[in-house]
Design a binder for this molecule. Structure first.
Ligand code: SF4
Length: 216
């Protein structure tokens, strides 16, 4: 089973398509839930390295869980790689598009982070929007060049900061076409599609309610 902890929305970036709007998960709640799990745990945010992710990884490893951290890569040097099995990084287009969607210079940051974590299994996420929909081949080349083993494509949803950038929306048909193309060219990778980030098939722990944080 895969369990995903969305630690909260704190981040050190301001990506245009950011869909994050969760409140922080309670630390005791995370530690309690970890003890009930088997299989793989994924820590995401926001930026997990702005939370106590190394502590959670340590607990997870002591429990024999496989671990994955989904980071934007800016604080990769703070990640205790000894406790991580899979490092997930974002690639959202060629350098120009990626930097426009995220921030200037971030594409290079991702490349550096991939190098830093190259001894680990790498995976990549891409948020498909109206501006990178036609860059599937370019994105695949980057995913391939950093040696990632899997590639997850998210359909942009205008939530979080993304509400201010509805022009980035794509249709269901456009998303399906792009996913099909990705699966055709990326035969050497596991390619996954997420049509709605609020309906992932994994067990997801997220705090969407202010009261939840204080009452769990
Ligand atoms: S998309 Fe990810 S990296 Fe960018 S602002 Fe949102 S949480 Fe941070």
């Amino acid at each position: 089973m895969i369990a995903v902890f969305i630690l909260g929305s704190k981040c050190n970036m301001n990506c245009k398509f950011c869909m994050s709007e969760e409140n922080d998960l309670n630390k005791d709640f995370i530690e309690k839930k970890l003890k009930e799990l088997k299989g793989m745990v994924v820590f995401t945010g926001g930026e997990p390295l702005l939370y106590d992710v190394n502590e959670y990884l340590s607990i997870a490893k002591d429990l024999g869980l496989k671990t994955k951290v989904q980071t934007n890569g800016k604080l990769i040097h703070e990640l205790n790689l000894d406790l991580v099995d899979v490092v997930n990084l974002p690639v959202d287009g060629c350098k120009k598009t990626h930097d426009w969607l995220r921030e200037k210079g971030h594409f290079k940051t991702v490349m550096r982070a991939a190098k830093f974590a190259s001894e680990k299994e790498l995976s990549v996420t891409t948020v498909l929007t109206s501006v990178n929909l036609n860059e599937i081949e370019e994105i695949y080349d980057v995913v391939n060049s950093i040696g990632a083993s899997s590639w997850k494509l998210f359909k942009f949803k205008p939530k979080g900061r993304g509400r201010e950038h509805r022009e980035l929306s794509i249709s269901e048909e456009e998303f399906s076409k792009a996913v099909k193309k990705a699966k055709n060219i990326a035969e050497n990778l596991k390619v996954y599609a997420v049509r709605d980030p609020d309906k992932m098939s994994a067990l997801v722990f997220r705090n969407t309610n202010k009261k939840f944080q204080n009452h769990q």
